[in-house]
Design a protein around this ligand. Structure first.
Ligand SMILES: Nc1ncnc2c1ncn2[C@@H]1O[C@H](COP(=O)(O)OP(=O)(O)OP(=O)(O)O)[C@@H](O)[C@H]1O
Ligand SMILES: [Mg+2]
Length: 557
C-alpha cells in the first residue's frame, strides 16, 4: 500500500491532464490509468506483506535466542557476587528490556524501514515534479517535526511518571492484602488507607496530565498539515498556469504532500522508541558481560569412586555483593579435614558463617583464599556435573516448586521408577508421614511449597537428596522451629540418610550436634573449636556456653 502511495498521485495527474481534455472525457485513458494503479497497489501490498512477515520472524527468533542466553547467564552468576534478590532484580529488568526491544522490532524498526523509504521516495518525486512547490512544502512542514517531537517527549515522560505511580499503588495494595492480619491486630487500617488514597490520587493526577498532553498532540499535527497544504495551494495558484503547472499536476502534488506529511507524526514517536530500545540493548549487553560464577575446569579431574573425604585448607571468604572490594570476610582461615564417612556438625551463632561454609563445600562459590578439596581433589578441578552426582546439599530453606510432592522428588532423577521412589521413602522411614497427608505423595505443595511446614519441606528435600545417593551430604538445618513430631522424623530420616556418607550437618538444634562424631564451632567466621561433643561440653569455650544456654532453654520450655 505504502509503496504504491507515491505512484498513485502520478496516475491521478495523468488521468486528469490526459483524460479530461476540453474535447470531452477520454474513457480509455482514465480506465488504463485506474488499471495501472490497481496493479501497482496489489503488487506493492504483496511485497510489503512478505517483507513484514519475514522481518517479524527473524526478529522473534533473535529475541528468543537473546532471552535464553540472558536467563542462562543470570542463572549462572556467582552467589558470591550476586544475592538472590539482585538476581531477581536483574531478571525483572532484563525481561522489561527485552520486551522493549520486541516492541521496537514489531513497530519502530518497521516504521523506520517503511516510512523512511516512503518519505524519501515521495520527497524525490515531489522534487522531480515541481521543485519550487516541494521546497515550500518542506519549509512549512519542518516545524511540524520539531513541535511533534517536543510534545511527544513530554508525553512519554508523563506516561513514565504515571506508570510509576500506578506501580506504587499496586505495591501498596498488595502489601495491605498480604499484611491484613497485622493490620487488623493493630487496627492500623485507617492509617494505611490514607496512604493508599494519597497514592491513588497522585496516580490519577498523573494520568490526567498525560492525557492532557496527548490531547494536544493530535490537533497540532492536523493544524500543521492544513498549513502546509494551504501554502502549497497558494503558491501553486499564485504562480498560475503560465508557470507550466497543470491542474492535474497540482492535484497530484497535493496528494503527494499528504503522503509526505503522514509519516512525520509516526516518525517522531518512533525516535523516542528507538532511544529506549538502544538504551535497553545497552543494558542487556551489560548483563551479558557480568562475569559468571565458579568456572568449569578445562581438564576436569574425575572424583574417585566410593566414599569421599572433605578438606578445608586455610579457607577465607567474603561476599562481594555490595560491589566494593573491602567487604568484611565471612570466613577466615578455616582448616579442617573430614575423613570419608565421618558425621560432622557445624555450630555457631547466627551469622557466624555456617551456611557460607556449606556453600563453599558444594562449590556454589569459590573461596577468596585457600582450597576446598573433596576426595583429595580441589573443587576447582572437578566438573560441575561430576560434583552434583557425588555431593548434595539440603539447604536451610529448601525450595519446592509448585506441583505435587512426587513431581518435586522426581526432577532430581527423572528416570526413576515409581517403585524406586517408594523404596527411597521407605528407606528414610517416611511412609507414615506421607500417609498423614491428604493425597500422600500426590499432595500439592502450593507455590514455593507453602502448603507444607518448613520441617516438612526439609523432609521432602531429604528424600530428594537420597535419590541422588551422594557420597557427601551437606545439610543446613531449618532455623524456624519445627514441631516435635516432625523434628523426630527429621532427625531419624537424617540419621538413615547420613549413615555411610560423609555428612556435614549445620546444626541449629544441639541434639543434632550431640549425635555427631565431631563438632566444628564457628565464631565470627573463625573455626574456634573442633572435637567430639562430649569433650567440648567439658571444656571452657563457645560450645559449652551455647550448650548450657540451649539446655536451659529447652528444659524451661
Ligand atoms: N548472599 C549473601 N550476600 C551477602 N552477604 C551474605 C550472603 N549470605 C550471607 N551473608 C552474610 O555472611 C555472614 C554469614 O552468613 P551465613 O548465612 O553464612 O551465617 P549462618 O551462620 O548460616 O547464620 P544462620 O545461623 O542465621 O543461618 C552474615 O553476616 C551474612 O549477613
Ligand atoms: Mg545459615
Amino acid at each position: 500500500m505504502r509503496a504504491a502511495a507515491w505512484s498513485s498521485p502520478i496516475l491521478v495527474q495523468q488521468a486528469i491532464d490526459r483524460g479530461f481534455s476540453p474535447a470531452g472525457v477520454r474513457v480509455g485513458t482514465v480506465t488504463t490509468m485506474a488499471a495501472i494503479a490497481l496493479v501497482a497497489i496489489v503488487v506493492a501490498t504483496w511485497a510489503q506483506r512478505t517483507a513484514v512477515a519475514r522481518l517479524g520472524r527473524r526478529s522473534e527468533e533473535a529475541l528468543y535466542g537473546l532471552r535464553v542466553r540472558l536467563f542462562e547467564h543470570i542463572h549462572r552468576l556467582s552467589i558470591a557476587d550476586h544475592s538472590e534478590e539482585r538476581k531477581g532484580a536483574l531478571v525483572a529488568r532484563v525481561t522489561s528490556d527485552v520486551e522493549t526491544l520486541a516492541q521496537f522490532f514489531q513497530w519502530g524498526g518497521l516504521a523506520w524501514l517503511l516510512d523512511g523509504t516512503l518519505m524519501l521516495l515521495v520527497a524525490s518525486v515531489m522534487l522531480a515534479y515541481d521543485w519550487v512547490l516541494a521546497l515550500v512544502a518542506f519549509v512549512v512542514a519542518a516545524p511540524l517535526g520539531y513541535v511533534l517531537r517536543r510534545v511527544q517527549s513530554h508525553l512519554s515522560r508523563a506516561y513514565d511518571a504515571a506508570r510509576d505511580r500506578n506501580a506504587n499503588v499496586m505495591t501498596q495494595i498488595s502489601e495491605l492484602v498480604a499484611g491484613a492480619e497485622t493490620l487488623r491486630a493493630y487496627d492500623a487500617g485507617p492509617h494505611f488507607a490514607e496512604q493508599v488514597e494519597q497514592a491513588s490520587h497522585e496516580r490519577s493526577n498523573s494520568f490526567i496530565r498525560a492525557g492532557t498532553i496527548g490531547a494536544f498532540l493530535f490537533p497540532s499535527g492536523e493544524v500543521f498539515s492544513v498549513f502546509t497544504v494551504a501554502a502549497v495551494v497558494s503558491v501553486g495558484v499564485l504562480r498560475g498556469p503560465s508557470s507550466g503547472l497543470t491542474a492535474g499536476a497540482m492535484v497530484g502534488f497535493l496528494f503527494l504532500t499528504y503522503k509526505f506529511l503522514e509519516p512525520i507524526a509516526e516518525f517522531t514517536e518512533v525516535l523516542d522508541q528507538t532511544q529506549t530500545a538502544v538504551a535497553g540493548m545497552r543494558r542487556v549487553l551489560g548483563v551479558l558481560e557480568i562475569p559468571i560464577g565458579p568456572p568449569e575446569p578445562d581438564m576436569p579431574v574425575k572424583l574417585p569412586a566410593g566414599s569421599l573425604a572433605v578438606t578445608l585448607d586455610r579457607v577465607d571468604f567474603s561476599y562481594r555483593t555490595r560491589g566494593d572490594d573491602d567487604e568484611p570476610p565471612v570466613l577466615l582461615g578455616v582448616s579442617a579435614h573430614i575423613p570419608a564417612g565421618q558425621q560432622v556438625a557445624v555450630v555457631g551463632e547466627t551469622g557466624s558463617g555456617k551456611t557460607t561454609l556449606g556453600r563453599l563445600i558444594a562449590r556454589l562459590a569459590d573461596p577468596t583464599a585457600g582450597t576446598v578439596l573433596v576426595g583429595g581433589v580441589s573443587l576447582t578441578r572437578v566438573s560441575n556435573a561430576d560434583l552434583r552426582t557425588r555431593l548434595t546439599v539440603v539447604p536451610q530453606e529448601p525450595f519446592l516448586f509448585e506441583g505435587s510432592i512426587a513431581a518435586n522428588l522426581s526432577f532430581a532423577r527423572p528416570k526413576l521408577s515409581p517403585a524406586d521412589l517408594e523404596a527411597a521413602i521407605d528407606d528414610l522411614d517416611l511412609r507414615d508421614w506421607l500417609d498423614t497427608l491428604p493425597d500422600g505423595i500426590d499432595t500439592e505443595v502450593g507455590q514455593r511449597g507453602t502448603q507444607l511446614s518448613a520441617g516438612e519441606r526439609q523432609l521432602v528435600a531429604l528424600i530428594r537428596a537420597s535419590l541422588i545417593d551422594p557420597a557427601v551430604l551437606v545439610l543446613d538445618e531449618a532455623t524456624s522451629s519445627v514441631d516435635a513430631l516432625t523434628e523426630v522424623r527429621l532427625s531419624h530420616a537424617l540419621e538413615r540418610l547420613a549413615s555411610g556418607r560423609t555428612t556435614i550437618a549445620i546444626a541449629h538444634r544441639l541434639s543434632t550436634a550431640a549425635r555427631a562424631d565431631r563438632v566444628l564451632v564457628l565464631d565470627h567466621g573463625r573455626l574456634v573449636q573442633d572435637g567430639p561433643h562430649t569433650e567440648l561440653v567439658q571444656r571452657e569455650g563457645v560450645y559449652a556456653r551455647m550448650y548450657d544456654a540451649w539446655v536451659a532453654a529447652t528444659s524451661a520450655g
